[in-house]
Ligand binder design. Structure first.
Ligand code: SAM
Length: 479
């Protein structure tokens, strides 16, 4: 096994770790990576899920709603996955978002968010209140992020696909909390990702460190004074971890490092791997595969104590703020189109026998072409931004008719009091529905929410005893 790993990588690890630790570390590379799922507490509590979970689960020590499952199980193929009851997530990766601890009502940014594991955790902690911007620079990955946001039933997220630089220009000092799970050399994922091993080079480690410094700088610009920022990687190299944080603190005197708590399985960051050897670096956290039941990870929590002394940052902030205020006003024709659309949506709600609890005022509703969205509270001006989801996608306006979106279906709670049909997870109707087939079902004509054990899966439209399938074509599969 050792020789499947780049020799230069192993030598670097030998230099970092003492000889006993190095032996244990290499031994851990022989072991299978661990599989994890995180219960989506936006939809169900861990205890409730455990009471009927079809999987054998054991607790991840550092996250209440995180569990290991055996490599023989396939939770990603179960209908509960399609209903968003959980997210398949590497156990160490679950550690980061809870340490940022966003609160309901805050403005939170997940700067490098795809596929969305940590976005889901931030949303759980925000409990649907406030603004969550989930950004991913690579458009194809941003699409997957948007699908996961939808499946998890997250209603208060803006999904964007911007570079950190352009986002920082638009949103200076805007966020209360920022999570930066940086693109890295991925050494911590080597045992589960052969491609990462093949692509590894020392030059790439250095390139990643430079890129991380740039992205972290952008994140710093977007944080409000008093706000907190968590930086994480899934790599072992000190250049991308302790050294990067040391350099950042040196160049940003307005920031301080907040020592992270040591949860079971966590280890301290090592000042010996930095240039200044400052003890405060011990406030960062490492997750090692030879110590914890998870892959390699690094985390550092930073606080912006004061306004940055960086003149350029302050100037760019002032300029952008003016632009936001000006762009806020909407012209009359847009307002009247919105009012009409809101009325069409209200007609749909009445026909569906549903009284939505959310704010349907014109400030919270936006139209992208024919697509109607409920904006999260505190949304910035979205003009000229690459936005994949502007909050909760309510549906599509089709010639004065309203067609509800899949995202809206998945945002309903369990056993919602609306026209619906529920099947048990093991009933053949569930398989048929997820394949895109029609379902025989007596009852009134109109939209129905299809549920698995009371959890929404998607839409159907009943006409004369047959439910026409509205499960999105792109999601249909054999499970
Ligand atoms: N936080 C995600 C999660 O928990 O599911 C994983 C994020 S992954 C470690 C890092 C992300 O950074 C990738 O999706 C990658 O496409 C993105 N990325 C790559 N280059 C970037 C850049 N220059 N700026 C910002 N993000 C970048």
């Amino acid at each position: 096994m050792e020789n499947q790993y780049p020799v230069r990588f192993l030598n670097r690890m030998k230099n970092m770790l003492n000889s006993n630790e190095y032996v244990l570390f290499v031994k851990s590379l022989h072991q299978d990576s661990l599989k994890g799922l995180r219960v989506n507490t936006l939809k169900i509590s861990s205890d409730d899920f455990l009471s009927f979970s079809p999987f054998t689960l054991s607790q991840v020590p550092w996250v209440e709603n995180g569990f290991y499952y055996s490599k023989h199980e396939r939770p990603g193929k179960h209908p509960y996955h399609e209903a968003g009851l959980y997210y398949i997530q590497e156990p160490s990766a679950m550690a980061v978002a809870p340490l940022l601890a966003p609160e309901p009502g805050e403005k939170v940014l997940d700067l490098a968010a795809a596929p969305g594991g940590k976005t889901g955790q931030l949303a759980e902690q925000m409990m649907g209140k406030g603004l969550l911007v989930a950004n991913e620079i690579v458009p194809s990955r941003a699409k997957i992020l948007a699908e996961n946001v939808e499946r998890l039933g997250i209603a208060n997220a803006l999904v964007t696909s911007e570079s950190p630089q352009s986002l920082a220009k638009r949103l200076p000092q805007f966020f209360d909390r920022i999570l930066l799970d940086a693109p890295c050399s991925g050494e911590g994922m080597f045992r589960k990702d052969e491609q990462a091993r093949i692509e590894w080079s020392e030059e790439n480690v250095w390139m990643c460190a430079r890129r991380q410094a740039e992205i972290l700088n952008c994140a710093a610009q977007m944080l409000r004074p008093g706000g907190t920022l968590i930086y994480s990687t899934c790599t072992f190299s000190s250049e991308e971890n302790e050294q990067l944080i040391e350099e950042f603190l040196d160049q940003h005197p307005g920031f301080s490092l907040i020592p992270l708590p040591l949860k079971p399985g966590f280890s301290r960051g090592n000042p010996e791997w930095t240039h200044l050897k400052d003890e405060k670096i011990k406030g960062t956290v490492r997750v090692w595969p030879h110590i914890a039941q998870g892959e390699g990870h690094f985390m550092a929590l930073l606080k912006k104590e004061s306004f940055s002394s960086d003149e350029e940052e302050i100037q760019s902030c002032n300029g952008m703020k003016k632009k936001h205020r000006n762009a806020k006003s909407r012209d009359k024709s847009v307002k009247s189109a919105l009012k009409k659309t809101i009325n069409v949506f209200k007609e749909f709600c009445t026909a569906f026998d549903w009284n939505p609890s959310f704010d349907l005022s014109i400030e919270r509703i936006t139209l992208f072409g024919e697509q109607l969205y409920l904006l999260p509270e505190g949304s910035p001006d979205l003009e000229e931004m690459r936005v994949l989801r502007a909050g909760l996608h309510l549906g599509t306006l089709k010639k004065n008719r309203f067609e509800p979106s899949h995202a809206l279906a998945l945002s309903f709670p369990r056993w919602a009091q609306v026209p619906s049909v529920s099947y048990r997870a093991d009933q053949k109707e569930i398989e048929s529905y997820l394949k895109g087939e029609t379902l025989p079902s007596p009852g009134d004509n109109g939209w129905v929410l299809i549920q698995v054990d009371g959890f929404p899966l998607g839409w159907g439209k009943r006409i004369d005893g047959i439910i026409k399938n509205h499960y999105p074509k792109g999601l249909r599969k054999n499970i």
